[in-house]
Ligand binder design. Structure first.
Ligand code: UP6
Length: 248
């Protein structure tokens, strides 16, 4: 079966964040999301500045930033996102009851609701646990990339039912195809390695576009650990775009 193009997905999109992502992908000719798994504000901002021109979104794990300070971390990050035209994806992987997720989303030092364009969430808490993510797009964790993950086909099928029926959900993280109405985000992408010795499993951009019809590739260490992250982002951007075009 043929995949839908970004243009077709844009025309069908219901959520403003889906529209924004697809619009950005088309404008920048990129389907690359850089995962900024660095642990200081300085590294985070330096990486965002370098890779910004090549990405459609920067994915954060904001709770690994050891010197987090809203004014010093988020305010300049938001400015960089605007300057280079990328979205902010907080990979929080919420996994609790609705009330707790609401507190984790809106409170604490990170105040994710104030700056993230979209967030990841498990759907293990059920349909109503996703109601709290009102002003953002939600990417549901449907399947994981790590060895031995419990996201079996039976789990994924149930997770998909929750995700596909919830108006806040724009897509899913998965290593398998998703229905056309959903955006597919695929981590575990690396051109040089097949694993990390800690359970991560990698595929190439070409593989994930060809076999999964993914929409967006998520690359962490392939970019931020490389000697030249700017150049690495440029390479992954081009590989990803070429692989997307071939998959049409
Ligand atoms: N991630 C995965 N696999 C999943 C879900 N999320 O790797 O199934 C996230 C990790 C990390 C990034 O939390 O931030 O994607 C992958 O980083 P890497 O490219 O350095 O392995």
């Amino acid at each position: 079966k043929k995949r839908l193009s970004y243009q077709e997905k844009f025309e069908n999109a219901q959520h403003s964040v889906s529209k924004k992502l697809l619009e950005t992908a088309l404008a920048k000719e990129s389907n690359l999301i850089a995962s900024a798994d660095v642990t200081t504000t300085a590294e985070l901002l330096a990486l965002a500045e370098k890779v910004g021109p090549h990405i459609i979104a920067l994915k954060t794990h904001i709770d690994i930033i050891s010197d987090f300070d809203y004014e010093k971390t988020i305010v300049p990050l938001k400015a960089l996102a605007q300057k280079h035209r990328f979205l902010l994806m907080e990979d929080r992987k919420f996994a609790d009851i609705g009330n707790t997720q609401e507190l984790q989303f809106t409170s604490g030092v990170f105040k994710i609701t104030d700056w993230a364009d979209f967030v990841t969430s498990q759907v293990i808490g059920g349909y109503e646990s996703l109601d709290c993510f009102k002003n953002v797009g939600v990417v549901a964790i449907v399947g994981m990339s790590s060895k031995g993950t419990l996201t079996t086909s039976a789990y994924r099928e149930e997770a998909l039912k929750v995700a596909a029926s919830h108006p806040n959900v724009i897509g899913g993280v998965s290593q398998n195809q998703l229905p056309d109405e959903m955006l597919l985000f695929t981590p575990g992408v690396n051109l040089a390695d097949s694993g990390d010795g800690k359970g991560q499993q990698y595929n190439t951009p070409e593989h994930v576009f060809k076999t999964l019809h993914t929409d967006f590739i998520i690359v962490g260490r392939g970019i931020y650990k490389s000697e030249n992250p700017e150049e690495a982002a440029f390479i992954y951007k081009n590989e990803g775009w070429e692989a997307y075009q071939k998959s049409l």
